[in-house]
Ligand binder design. Structure first.
Ligand SMILES: [Zn+2]
Length: 426
């Protein structure tokens, strides 16, 4: 059965500028998020902006996490900070598509971080660059040994079915063409991740006869002109094509590839234009969500060997629960409130965010923006919302006088802040 597609994907985007289309899609996507966030089986696929390189994080609502590549060395701290900002508990599967530095050098930072990693898989290629040697040493320290993947293998993880389409059993000897290619299924929504393969490998995959159709295509090799042939695109039939690319000297993405993608009817999204790109699936439809925020952290490089400068620091919001008045004098309903502060350097839209307690009582924010340095009180009682007071409008108390926790989640369900009192544990 063909998956139902949200109507905004069908917007005649070719006639408009990319920017206008993107804004439209983001606006409608943001509108859909609060309802969709309730879905019991949501999958999030995030193309992290790592400049020139790839890093793709797949997260399902059963808390399974797959990380495919980690970008160049300069992006390693960004990848780690992004995953930590999303409160990732562990990486269940780390996939190294191939040994090129723009895909795996950033993983050195991931391996040196505190994020637990359960398993590693790769293409089985021999790689003896300095980057690969350092990666191997870091994996040895963690007791991890990569499992080589080959076409025809499948694995099930939580809500995900992962099919391996490449490399073939006999490696070609070309490191790009031996990239791991994965087709990730969330029920009827499919994501095809193609590493850096060229049309040569695309042809081999097509002749192997494994299913290729996918609504979302991670465009191979940053939009190289030698990849994404018209025949391959006609077989995949992507509705959205994501190019992970930054400033480079290879001419990526190539104008002829952009043309072929456009001719295929796919909507093209680029990390160099949109930053981090977040797609959400409920198993029958998918939509584009706005990235919650950009992570640009001026962290020092531990290796000191990157030729690329770190991204410049950009002010980011930092929204936290800082106080709960759980046992006010008088009536709890009338006096209870939660204080939320924005301690960061930029404003934050809280529209569609939620505040909940341990008993799963849930408040959803109305359209609201919290400016940098400002705070807002979320009162349990009824009232008229203003810039510093929002009202839950309950006739029962929320916050347990014997201890409780408050959880602040963004409009994609990402946990942003936890506040516990009287010894309660999250
Ligand atoms: Zn690459």
């Amino acid at each position: 059965m063909k998956a139902h597609q949200p109507s905004y994907i069908r917007v005649s985007w070719k006639k408009r500028t990319l920017v206008i289309t993107l804004l439209l899609v983001i606006a409608i996507g943001a509108f859909l998020i609060p309802a969709a966030a309730q879905s019991a089986s949501q999958v999030r696929v995030v193309f992290i902006d790592v400049s020139q390189g790839d890093s793709i994080w797949i997260h399902d609502q059963e808390n399974r996490d797959v990380l495919v590549d980690g970008g160049p060395l300069s992006a390693g701290p960004t990848v780690v900070a992004y995953l930590q900002s999303q409160a990732i508990d562990d990486i269940d599967l780390l996939v190294l598509t191939h040994g090129d530095a723009d895909h795996v050098a950033g993983l050195i930072h991931v391996l040196r971080s505190s994020i637990p990693i359960q398993a590693v898989a790769d293409s089985g290629q021999t790689c003896s660059t300095d980057t690969c040697q350092t990666l191997t040493a870091e994996m040895v320290k963690r007791g991890l040994t990569p499992t080589p993947l080959t076409a025809g293998q499948s694995l099930e993880m939580g809500l995900l079915k992962i099919h391996v389409l490449n490399p073939q059993v006999l490696l070609s000897g070309n490191d790009n063409d031996d990239s791991v290619v994965l087709r990730i299924e969330h029920d009827q929504v499919r994501f095809l991740l193609t590493g850096d393969i060229s049309a040569t490998a695309e042809n081999r995959i097509m002749s192997a006869g494994l299913p290729l159709q996918a609504q979302v295509l991670k465009v191979a090799h940053h939009g190289s002109k030698y990849s994404s042939s018209a025949t391959f695109l006609a077989t995949v039939q992507p509705q959205v094509a994501v190019i992970s690319v930054g400033s480079n000297s290879y001419g990526h993405p190539a104008p002829e590839t952009l043309q072929r993608l456009s001719d295929s009817g796919a909507q093209v999204l680029r990390t160099d234009q949109s930053g981090t790109i977040v797609l959400l699936s409920d198993g029958s439809t998918f939509w584009i969500a706005q990235a919650p925020f950009q992570v640009f952290l001026p962290l020092l490089m531990r290796d000191g060997s990157s030729p690329n400068p770190l991204p410049t620091a950009t002010p980011t919001p930092n929204v936290k629960i800082t106080y709960i008045e759980y046992d006010p004098a008088g009536d709890d309903v009338q006096g209870e409130y939660v204080k939320i502060e924005n301690q960061g350097g930029a404003s934050q839209t809280l529209t569609g965010w939620s505040l909940s307690d341990k008993a799963n009582n849930n408040y959803t924010f109305p359209p609201f923006t919290l400016e940098s340095g400002q705070w807002v009180l979320i009162w349990t009682k009824a009232g008229t919302n203003d810039a510093q007071n929002l009202y839950w409008e309950r006739n029962q108390a929320v916050w347990n006088n014997d201890g409780d926790c408050a959880y602040l989640k963004d409009n994609m369900g990402g946990l942003r802040s936890t506040y516990c009192y009287l010894g309660a544990t999250p």
